[in-house]
Design a protein around this ligand. Sequence first.
Ligand code: CP
Ligand code: NVA
Length: 316
Amino acid sequence: MTIRHFLRDDDLSPGEQAEVLELAAAMKKDRFGYRPFEGPRTVAVLFDKPSARTRISFHTGIGELGGLPLVVDNVSVLMGRGEPTADLARVLDRQVAAIVWRTSGQELIDEMAAHSRVPVVNALTDGFHPCQILADLQTVHERMGRTAGLTLTYLGDGANNMAHSYLLGGATAGLHVRIAAPAGYQPDAVVFEQAAAIAAETGGSVVALSDPVAAARGAHVIATDTWVSMGQEGKEARVAALMPYQVNDELLGHAAPDAIVLHCLPAYRGNEITEEVLEGPRSVVWDQAENRLHAQKALLHWLATHADPDRAPEAA
Ligand code: CP
Ligand code: NVA
């Protein structure tokens, strides 16, 4: 059987993303009723960077799917001798049912996928965090009863993995995605254009703004993320540049009256979000963190049961 990977948000078409999210909702209601990895099959979950939510939710979820998680927190244990990613892919794919990887460069996970005969899932790269956006979309749907047509405003570092995944994944879901960021923190132009092309198909839209108040005005969903992503330097300059984009009560006052607030966590209170907002009635961050479990279980289940001949790996 040929295989599918999830390396970026747009690896799922709008219809496929909807299927995964529907499955996620069903699996949340029947948490132990789906066992695609019964056997048990092993699923590798590899980390080159720190993680709490991703590690916990994949470990838990793979177990609930009847599988055995092989969690490796320090990939240098596997790859510290200069071995190419392609070689690790071909060692892993003969033994495991899927490979989940948190790493830095998108090209690394692309290389893993190019040489793997089992699905490869991006558990965060510098470029994208697509599993998080699935959980976020599930959370928005639970709270608002729909996703398509809603306005989601993301404020802060518009050039990071979360911003890029909101653009691609949000456009795929038919959201109107607004990115509010200052000069120097705007989204990658190529990713932005790719998101715009998807939005043109789904009825959504994407826009990049520098005015945080204009961006928040009337939004149904307000989202933010750390101003200093893993591996980034220059914290003081970043905090100074991004402070006008803080999600606080005043900013929230410009959003829709029933707006919800997302943060993928970990949160830095007093920087990108205030304590009052994070712990306040609009915040849905704990549901959002829980939904990592359901959304990723659905994704793994979907990938385990779907094939696309156009995406056959080179190795046979
Ligand atoms: N949101 C998220 O991915 O959390 P971790 O970095 O703790 O996995
Ligand atoms: N942008 C953040 C997301 C953490 C889940 C980072 O890459 O550190």
